[in-house]
Design a protein around this ligand. Structure first.
Ligand code: GDP
Length: 427
């Protein structure tokens, strides 16, 4: 298999973890290139369930090299907890199979504090962040005042950097939010120790990936969140703080764009969204709760109930086009079994006009009316089906109809959380 990018083509939680785990068997490297530990990829291997936040899903396959590239915002506390948790369950994680970029920006305690305080300050206008300090760490990166993993490894640089950072952040925490400041000595101690533990994993991962490519490696780039949450191309400001599609790879890894290969989008057979922000095909009635229960749509990291609704062809077509995808993977088709006829969003209407393209400004989605096409549902359990032709006719018809409406072929179907619960259609 050539190198490829697997990204979420909706608002996140599309089931990327399971698909990446499935595809990881055929590659040598798996790379996370953006986002932070707010992502929660769920992978089921046999009877074991793993929720991965920062560590790439390839870690569950022996012999793969997993990379946390420079575009990821690394919280060393959570990363080490995750590594320790995997090791405790018998998963081998060491400097040979996990590499961390020296250039990745670090999330500190002050970023988490400021994230939570800023959301409180915004009140009704809150963005719905997970409060893990990811946005504030990326803001510091853009403002050129962030500290990177390489700084954690050098006590003098860490002290100098934290001194400046805390002087500014503490005055803000005290003066604006009327809260207690963070103490430099304590923070230095904590992060110095964390840096020492991470050191064996740290390297120039961009150079390592370029060298691997020259040596013929095939690399899987694993995106977190979804394209509709992309900082530039999503429903700004209700987005995440990084580029969540193929656009995030060159900057987030140091790997040249010409070598990326294919971009495969992942989308559910319906749609979910966490947090605030526009979601045109959201189902507010009882069928939304039915979808939530049938699909266990609660956050892997936060436990928050996800907003549920129907597949949105307008948004999906946009996400796939933006990433130059020549194929996508539909997940959770099994969840629709027994839920009756299935609405699919095909266009938006507003103020007398009808549109089939996703607007640049989310206010154009305010009060938008969604045009749905009802597709016949099915009642059969799909979880044991392994060949497309063995699906019940209505389910097959749903897949083919959606594929045609989106205009991009569906290369694989997922019909359950386990590794083997897939139907191949020529990936
Ligand atoms: P990710 O962030 O995109 O990896 O998505 P999550 O891991 O948050 O959510 C996917 C959830 O759906 C996890 O609990 C998976 O085990 C589960 N899952 C993945 N694919 C399927 C599928 O095809 N059918 C069902 N029923 N569950 C799935």
């Amino acid at each position: 298999m050539p190198s490829l990018c697997v990204f979420g083509a909706q608002w996140g939680d599309e089931g990327k973890g399971k698909i990446i785990d499935h595809l990881a068997a055929d590659v040598s490297h798996v790379v996370r290139y953006q986002g932070g530990s707010n992502a929660g990829h769920t992978v089921v291997v046999g009877s074991e369930k793993y929720v991965l936040h920062l560590v790439p899903s390839g870690v569950l396959h022996p012999g793969k090299v997993n990379v946390i590239a420079n575009g990821v915002a690394v919280d060393p506390v959570l990363l080490l907890e995750e590594i320790d948790g995997l090791v405790a369950r018998g998963v081998a994680v060491g400097p040979n199979n996990l590499r961390i970029s020296a250039r990745a920006h670090v999330i500190f305690q002050h970023h988490r504090r400021l994230d939570a305080l800023a959301e409180r300050w915004r009140g009704e206008g809150r963005i719905g962040t997970t409060g893990r300090g990811i946005g504030p760490a990326y803001a510091d990166k853009a403002a050129r005042v962030g500290l990177r993993v390489c700084d954690l490894l050098d006590r003098d640089r860490l002290e100098a950097g934290l001194r400046v950072a805390l002087a500014e952040k503490n005055s803000f925490i005290q003066a604006v939010h009327k809260e207690a400041p963070l103490e430099l000595g304590e923070q230095l101690d904590v992060y110095g120790r964390l840096g020492a533990r991470l050191e064996p994993f740290v390297g120039d991962t961009g150079a390592e990936l370029r060298a691997a490519h020259r040596a013929g490696a095939n690399i899987l780039f694993e995106a977190a969140q979804g394209v509709m949450l992309d900082l530039d191309h999503g429903t700004y400001p209700y987005v995440t703080s990084s580029n969540t599609g193929v656009d995030g790879i060159p900057a987030g890894t140091g790997f040249p764009p010409q070598h990326i290969g294919r971009a495969i989008g992942i989308a559910k057979a319906y749609c979910t969204r966490v947090g605030e922000g526009p979601f045109p095909s959201e189902e507010h009635g009882p069928r939304g709760s039915e979808l939530r229960e049938a699909g266990h749509e609660y956050g892997a990291t936060t436990g928050r109930p996800r907003r549920c609704g129907w597949l949105d062809v307008v948004a999906l077509r946009y996400a796939l086009e933006l990433n130059g995808s020549d194929g996508w993977i539909m997940t959770n088709l099994d969840v629709l079994s027994g839920l009756g006829d299935v609405p699919v969003a095909v266009a938006y209407r507003r103020g007398g006009s009808r549109f089939e393209t996703f607007p640049a400004h989310w206010s154009s989605l305010d009060g938008v009316e969604v045009e749905y096409v009802q597709r016949p549902g099915w009642t059969e359990d799909l979880t044991a089906v392994r060949r497309f032709e063995d699906l019940p006719p209505a389910a097959r018809n749903y897949v083919e109809w959606v594929e045609n409406a989106v205009g991009v072929p569906i290369r694989m179907l997922s019909i359950g959380p386990r590794r083997d619960q897939v139907i191949h259609r020529g990936l």
